[in-house]
Design a binder for this molecule. Structure first.
Ligand code: ADP
Ligand code: MG
Length: 624
């Protein structure tokens, strides 16, 4: 029988460290929060090698008395609460008394501190939970904590850390959020001897946003201010047009603490819904004030997640606050919108008076997702029933992974894939192309073509996108991509995380034809772009790439990255090229001809559909 033993304190601390000190970022977070709790108004964070080798946090807070110093590093030692009852009303950032003991258990820690009432300061060292020295020294008021060689005694944990650059990126994100949530504190962040962030602490939130996120965001802010009883929100949200491809710019703070909450995220995104496209996330920097007893921050060891007592009220308040702010901003352009609508209505009534009776006798037309009114079943369109349909397509067509994903998304969409049919009819062969009769374009999108007793409808955007995608992929694989110089270059501000992505994928960007250079501070200059993208919204393309890479596909293989880049690039490319002449459509069809699978765009949407003469005749009740 194994003997039951009570674990020694050090082992307990190491286990606890697993919860609290997940990575260097968590150490910085705990140390800075302690500085904030110590009422510091200037905090400097310096890291080396992503904080794995070295973290130093210096504050001008109230310091620690010498006799308290060794106790700070004991588990559950805290000056912030005395009993469990205090937990209900806690407003300081830390209170569990776990951080320092956990950090000291897995690193080499040095503390230098002095209170203003004491003439001399104290220096204390503790390594892997073992106290080394306590000595008297001369130093300024405040506290400095140095954490060296994180996880030096727990190599298994160390192995799970990411590259120093990635870890530094996490810390940079954290510093940005800390600075944004504490406008009255001056923060300085130094990474490998370079100052990455320095805020003034003058209380001006807009200044801080400018400092962190750059000009583009700072010039597109909408203030938000709302209050309901004890609940209060204030801060800034971004104009919907600066929304991004992932949630890293969607930040909010609860009683000064950066938190994550699905409730708040939902309220924000719901409020933005009518103003943004799918999969776009707004910029927010919101401060939420709430009576501390109405929120439980003790749910998570690192206190990132919270639980609310009155969640409905909070949702409503945030939703209303943001929606109101967005609506106010819209007022100016809305006037024009109303006029336009009325105009359209009038024209309709004048142009088709004879239609009124016939319309009244018909069922209302079915609205298709693109917003155009199409009578139901007009194209004999059927909805694919389930995923087995997609799987079948995959087997037969060997379509790419991206396309599979997009097809799966589409299975709810009222579109029938008609590849087999089209192939049988050999619409796209050298011979049949000669017989195509191009009728014209409708809705600035669809080209109508008559061929062999059928009406073919080509989605110009989807087709163009497909052609471009294949071209970029082919150029890339054949290493025949050419660059186009930009003069002046595009200058973009990147967060450290984004800068790291930039560095990580630098070779791929270069191979694709992008030429990117540091431009001082957090700014980068894009001096050249792939020639295929010439004349397009290059900046948007680039930002979307970065957002994508910072988000889900962070650690993916280069090939998938290229696929991503090609997809995004050509999507944007198509947006830019609205008008095509008949000659250009001929060319487009010619290009489609050369593709292995011309029937789907890279997102899995069909590039063309067909309507038989028979179907038309049925509609007109010529045949039954
Ligand atoms: P907690 O913050 O949950 O109380 P910690 O382990 O983070 O627990 O810190 C333990 C105690 O050490 C704190 O309660 C505080 O009294 C003291 N302390 C830590 N850092 C500082 C600092 N920078 N300035 C002043 N006191 C500090
Ligand atoms: Mg603490």
């Amino acid at each position: 029988m194994p003997k039951i033993q009570v674990l020694d304190q050090n082992t307990i601390n190491q286990i606890a460290a697993g919860e609290v000190v997940e990575r260097p970022q968590a150490v910085v977070k705990e140390l800075v929060e302690n500085s904030i709790d110590a009422k510091a108004n200037a905090i400097t964070v310096e890291i080396k090698s992503g904080g794995i080798d070295f973290i130093r946090v210096t504050d001008n807070g109230f310091g620690i008395d010498r006799e308290d110093v060794p106790n700070m590093f004991l588990r559950h030692s805290t000056s912030k609460i005395r009993t469990a009852i205090d937990l209900i009303n806690v407003s300081s950032l830390g209170f569990r008394g776990e951080a320092l003991s956990s950090i000291a258990a897995v690193a080499q820690v040095e503390l230098i501190t002095k209170t203003k009432d004491s003439l001399t300061g104290t220096r204390y060292q503790i390594e892997g939970g073992k106290a080394r020295d306590l000595e008297e020294i001369g130093c300024p008021n405040g506290t400095t904590l140095i954490v060296r060689n994180l996880f030096f005694n727990t190599p298994a944990r160390k192995k799970f850390l990411k590259s120093p650059n990635t870890e530094a990126g996490y810390i940079s994100d954290l510093m940005n959020r800390l600075a944004a949530s504490h406008p009255h504190i001056s923060f300085k962040f130094i990474n490998n001897n370079k100052v990455k962030l320095h805020t003034s602490g003058n209380g001006n939130v807009k200044d801080i946003i400018y400092n962190i996120y750059g000009r583009d965001i700072a010039f597109n802010l909408i203030p938000v201010e709302a209050q309901k009883g004890d609940l209060k929100i204030s801060g800034y949200i971004g104009d919907p047009k600066i929304s991004r491809g992932n949630r890293s710019y969607e930040n909010y703070f609860l009683n000064g603490r950066y938190i994550k909450s699905s409730l708040i995220t939902k309220a924000i995104e719901d409020a933005y819904k009518p103003y943004t496209m799918n999969h776009k996330y707004p910029f927010t920097s919101l401060h939420i004030q709430i009576e501390p007893s109405l929120v439980d921050v003790n749910v998570h060891p690192t206190k990132l997640e919270v639980r609310f007592k009155n969640s409905d009220e909070i949702y409503e308040m945030i939703f209303d606050g943001i929606r109101g702010a967005l609506r106010n901003k819209e007022l100016i352009s809305q006037v024009k919108l109303v006029e336009e609508k009325e105009e359209v209505k009038e024209i309709k009534n004048v142009a088709e008076p004879f239609e009124v009776n016939r319309r009244a006798s018909q069922n209302p037309p079915i609205q298709n997702p693109s917003g155009h009114n199409l009578p139901s079943q007009s194209l004999g369109i059927e909805k694919p029933k389930d995923l087995s349909y997609v799987e079948k397509q995959v087997k037969e067509d060997q379509i790419s992974q991206t396309e599979i994903g997009k097809l799966q998304e589409l299975v709810s969409e009222p579109t029938k894939f008609i590849k087999e049919e089209l192939e049988q009819l050999s619409f796209l062969t050298e011979e049949s192309v000669k017989e195509h009769r191009i009728i014209g374009q409708v809705f600035a999108t669809y080209w109508l073509i008559e061929f062999d007793e059928k009406l073919y409808i080509i989605d110009q955007h989807a087709a163009h996108e497909k052609v471009l995608y294949e071209k970029i992929m082919k150029d890339f694989k054949g290493k025949t991509i050419t660059s186009q110089n930009l003069n002046p270059p595009i200058v973009i501000t990147f967060s450290m995380r984004e800068q790291e992505v930039l560095e990580q994928y630098f070779d791929e960007f270069k191979n694709l034809g992008f030429e990117i250079e540091e431009f001082g501070g957090n700014e980068y200059a894009i001096r050249a772009i792939p020639s295929d993208l010439d004349g397009l919204a290059q900046k948007d393309i680039f930002m979307e790439l970065i957002d994508n890479l910072t988000g889900e596909v962070y650690n993916q293989e280069p090939d998938i990255l290229i696929d991503k880049i090609a997809t995004i690039s050509c999507k944007a490319a198509v947006k830019g090229n609205q008008r095509l002449s008949t000659r250009e459509v001929h060319e487009l069809i010619g290009l489609l001809l050369e593709l292995e699978n011309p029937y789907y765009c890279p997102h899995g949407r069909p590039t063309m559909i067909s309507l038989t003469k028979y179907e038309l005749e049925k509609k007109f009740k010529r045949v039954l």
